[in-house]
Design a protein around this ligand. Structure first.
Ligand SMILES: *Cc1c(COP(=O)(O)O)cnc(C)c1O
Length: 452
């Protein structure tokens, strides 16, 4: 019988492993002679499906070294100088995304906070956000004493359920803030018209979605503005950092002012005609700007690499009963795959709990996470209903209502039982490593009864 490519790969891998184990002075596990198909899960004493190491993050070379030391030597460490590196980064990021303007800021949270500041969001205003997101999306709303209103999750895509946005709007809603979670676009064809009908801006939290595209356009350029994060874990990174992109230059100016103590770009005074009345310092440093310029040289190739590996994983994992990769909405022409998300159904794994499944995956050498939980139920969030400022602005009745309104049953089910994440750094691995991920899942399924 002819061996398939996958079997061949497995065989080669097992031979390598066997040699390595013997070389290390250990006896080879007996399972190795029984053939790959019957190899036990690592949790039951078998060999790891992925014995190696996924690529380390971040990735850098001499170009980062020289960029940083040039900045150091220049003695211009902050952006307020005449030859700003941050300014050069902004022009390059605009070219990369096709946006008219970019404003670099100190973090992704700062980017969102600046956008809300420039829109003058404040007490009494409501902002619609998905429940399935990083806490920063919520925090920037609460920092302005505005009311964050949660929308449930579409379990198939893990994105905001666009069919539930309209029902979350009130006369006080001032912004709709979808998140492109995992780096995949939210359903913008449904979301943008909702904003247009309501006469309120759509702000894209694209903090995980560098270079993701909706119908050939980069995300962040479709709503009024998009926010990006360059925090350590993100697909483009300078330790900390963030950016706002927009095609509205007046709005870009307002953002600049807000992030620069309410002061304009070209003068040390307040910008003539500026309508802003608040500001703070959220400027990016020249060190961050120079790191980003060097990192940006790799971002296109890395994005393509993740995308291709994710497509490969999608194809292989979709064949496994009980594993459902996150669906991409129809307008998606590129996902940044900051996270590789899928649903796990224990009914196809002899009732093996998601937690035990993840433990078995970890033992196989496959890093993973159950992902976000139920933000709407966290004490950190529900305590807002008892916050004295919120009680005085919104009243007890509205805050009680808010708690009830925040129920997200689809998200509850998804996050309690089914959601699984793999990480962007794993997608930078080889095709063989993608096969090893699949092999790990197959082994666990085969031995699910013993593992349960
Ligand atoms: C990372 C992230 C943020 C915040 O970015 P920071 O740079 O960490 O402040 C906001 N929203 C989402 C969805 C994120 O993933």
């Amino acid at each position: 019988m002819e061996e398939t490519k996958e079997q061949l790969n497995r065989r080669t891998f097992i031979q390598t492993l066997s040699a390595a184990t013997i070389g290390a002075g250990l006896s080879a596990p007996t399972i190795l002679t029984a053939g790959a198909d019957t190899a036990k899960p690592a949790l039951l004493g078998g060999p790891k499906a992925h014995p190696g190491q996924f690529p380390q993050w971040p990735i850098f070379d001499k170009s980062e070294h020289s960029a940083l030391s040039e900045t150091l030597e220049s003695r211009h460490w902050g952006r307020l100088n005449n030859n700003s590196t941050v300014k050069k980064f902004e022009a390059e990021y605009s070219r990369l995304t096709g946006a008219e303007r970019t404003l670099a800021v100190s973090s992704g949270t700062s980017a969102l906070y600046t956008i809300l500041g420039a829109l003058d969001i404040g007490p009494g205003d409501e902002v619609v956000i998905p429940v399935y997101t990083f806490i920063a999306t919520y925090n920037v709303v609460a920092l302005n004493y505005a009311l964050p209103v949660f929308v449930d999750t579409d379990p198939e895509s893990f994105q905001i359920d666009a069919s539930k946005i309209e029902g979350a709007l009130t006369k006080n809603t001032k912004v709709i803030m979808p998140v492109h979670i995992g780096g995949s676009p939210a359903d913008l064809d449904r979301i943008i018209p909702i904003g247009q009908r309501a006469g309120i801006p759509v702000v894209e939290d694209a903090c995980q979605a560098h270079l993701a595209e909706w119908k050939g356009k980069k995300v962040g350029t479709i709503g009024l503005a998009g926010a990006f994060s360059f925090q350590s874990s993100k697909n483009l990174n300078s330790g900390e950092g963030g950016a706002i992109i927009t095609n509205n230059s007046k709005f870009a100016d307002a953002c600049y002012d807000f992030h620069n103590q309410g002061r304009g770009g070209n003068t040390s005074g307040f910008l003539a005609g500026s309508t802003g009345t608040r500001g703070t310092n959220l400027r990016m440093t020249e060190f961050q700007g120079s790191l980003l310029r060097a990192q940006m040289a790799r971002v296109n190739a890395q994005t393509k690499h993740r995308w291709e590996n994710a497509q490969y994983l999608n194809k292989m994992l979709a064949e496994i009963p009980g594993i459902t990769p996150a669906k991409l909405h129809a307008g998606t022409t590129m996902s940044a795959y900051h996270l590789y998300m899928f649903r796990y159904n224990k009914a196809h794994f002899a009732g093996l709990s998601r937690e035990k499944f993840l433990e078995a995956l970890t033992a196989e050498g496959i890093p993973n996470s159950p992902g976000y939980g139920r933000m709407n139920s966290e004490t950190y969030v529900t305590a807002l209903a008892g916050n004295r400022h919120y009680l005085s602005v919104y009243g007890e009745k509205r805050m009680k209502e808010w708690l009830e309104q925040n129920q997200c049953p689809q998200n509850d089910h998804l996050t309690k039982n089914e959601s699984v994440w793999l990480f962007q750094t794993m997608l930078l691995g080889s095709r063989q490593e993608m096969e090893q991920i699949v092999e790990a899942v197959r082994k666990i399924q085969k031995y699910a009864k013993e593992l349960a």
